[in-house]
Design a protein around this ligand. Structure first.
Ligand SMILES: Nc1ncnc2c1ncn2[C@@H]1O[C@H](COP(=O)(O)OP(=O)(O)O)[C@@H](O)[C@H]1O
Ligand SMILES: O=C(O)[C@@H](O)C(=O)COP(=O)(O)O
Length: 427
């Protein structure tokens, strides 16, 4: 195995798995740390954890268990995958996990690179941008669980991790892989354990991928993974792998459902566009808090009662920032947990009733749904949008599209169902 990825949520894991395939590496995604005797044949293995919002000690323990599994298989490089918007709670666990992985691997330094230019995430002089906005001015400042109010990766990392953090600025990246390696080595000599990598284009990611392909530990988003995969594969088999993915992971036929638990700016737009065309039911937080089991059963029955021949029905808890603020003032974090519990009940019941396609918006939401479906791993399929491939469960006939909150175009839920007519189309 060339690369072993430890991903802190499920959409993040499918995101990086899709980019590794696109970069030319055979890739398998596993749900949780696999059994010790699990046999997995691939150049890259992605272990999906649900640790992003967990206390640091738990995230560290889960990540070290994943590391043990990967190392037992002779994994060449370990990749700590976190969000391209560096999602972390106030007590942030990205730093503690990186500290623990560095120590366990006995590595002197690693890199911090959340850049994903194809989806508008760029790092310039150590500051993370989302589109034209600094992270702290983007929709991420209102995230229900991990609001991001600082854009300086150096400050964020030094706030969370034990090690000092330096910068490889874009001017060095522009000089090529050798200059990047020299700068990282200089930072190590100065006593830094972390080097933030600037990147504002795919060309920068190719330079960085070449520069860090032999490091024991790297950390970041799927952009860096794509750069490393291209550096390793030389891009030679990318087309053949894309073809294989299209065959192995293409969505199954059968009834589908859309489950939206993300409150991101883009998901709000996607839900607004889709609800105008497809059967839609709003998920009420008060009912989630009152009785998740009974309410989940009611919502599942509603989905099953919708026509099967049009656009898949939508269940949505997606809220605007203003509504979310009101809900959180009234119920705190219990609200988000209750919504996740209800979606887990819904997903379990729908799969038992024969639903085969689950289109899910939101990382935590995708984690709850996937765990409720008792999936052990995924074959990676074709990309619906950058960072969102179809994936097919290896142990059950189920197809999933796990969409990160901010990914996909406004038409994303339609893009998952090409050729299906909406209720107003006279179908
Ligand atoms: N109306 C709501 N009120 C409170 N919490 C909500 C509501 N809708 C969704 N949530 C919660 O917000 C969180 C969204 O996180 P996530 O699913 O990771 O989305 P994203 O990918 O946008 O980060 C989930 O825990 C979800 O249960
Ligand atoms: O890197 C990214 O942006 C995504 O892969 C990701 O981590 C998704 O997280 P959510 O936005 O919470 O779905």
């Amino acid at each position: 195995m060339k690369i072993g990825v430890i991903a802190d949520d499920f959409t993040g894991a499918t995101d990086i798995a899709g980019f590794l395939v696109a970069g030319g590496l055979t890739t398998v995604q596993m749900i949780g740390v696999p059994e010790a005797d699990a046999v997995v044949e691939a150049e890259a293995v992605v272990i999906s954890l649900k640790s992003r919002s967990n206390p640091a000690a738990e995230a560290v323990a889960d990540s070290l268990a994943a590391l043990d599994w990967l190392r037992a298989r002779g994994c060449g490089q370990v990749f700590q995958k976190y969000c391209s918007t560096f999602d972390s709670t106030a007590q942030g666990n990205i730093g503690p996990v990186a500290d623990a992985l560095l120590a366990a691997l006995d590595a002197p330094i690693t890199v911090i690179c959340p850049a994903l230019p194809v989806n508008g995430r760029s790092v310039y002089l150590g500051h993370l941008f989302v589109g034209q906005d600094l992270l702290q001015d983007s929709g991420m400042r209102d995230h229900p669980i991990t609001p991001m109010r600082d854009s300086s990766l150096i400050r964020l990392m030094q706030g969370q991790a034990k090690g000092r953090c330096g910068l490889v600025p874009v001017a060095v990246v522009e000089q090529g892989a050798e200059a990047v390696r020299a700068r990282i080595e200089a930072l190590r000599a100065e006593g830094c354990a972390y080097a933030v990598l600037d990147a504002i284009s795919d060309a920068h990611l190719d330079v960085l991928g070449e520069a860090v392909r032999d490091m024991a530990l790297v950390t970041g988003g799927s952009g860096l993974a794509a750069g490393i995969a291209r550096a390793i594969s030389g891009g030679a088999r990318a087309e053949a792998l894309a073809q294989a993915a299209a065959e192995a992971g293409a969505p199954l036929q059968g009834p589908g459902v859309v489950i939206s638990g993300s409150c991101s700016v883009m998901t709000n737009r996607q839900v607004a566009a889709y609800r105008a065309a497809a059967p839609t039911r709003d998920v009420e937080v008060e009912h989630c808090l009152a009785d998740a089991e009974a309410y989940g059963a009611e919502l599942a029955d509603w989905v099953l009662a919708q026509p099967q021949d049009g656009l898949a029905p939508l269940l949505t808890a997606t809220a605007s920032p203003e509504r979310l603020r009101g809900i959180q003032a009234a119920h705190g974090s219990a609200a988000s947990e209750a919504v996740e519990r209800v979606f887990a009940v819904v997903a379990h019941r729908l799969a038992e009733a024969g639903v085969t396609r689950f289109i899910v918006a939101g990382g935590e939401t995708s984690g709850s749904v996937t765990q409720a479906l008792a999936v052990t791993g995924f074959a990676i399929g074709p990309q619906i949008a950058p960072g969102v491939p179809w994936v097919r469960a290896v142990n059950r006939p189920l197809s999933l599209a796990l969409k990160s909150g901010n990914f996909g175009a406004e038409s994303f839920f339609f893009d998952c169902q090409p050729g299906v007519q909406s209720k107003g189309d006279g179908a």
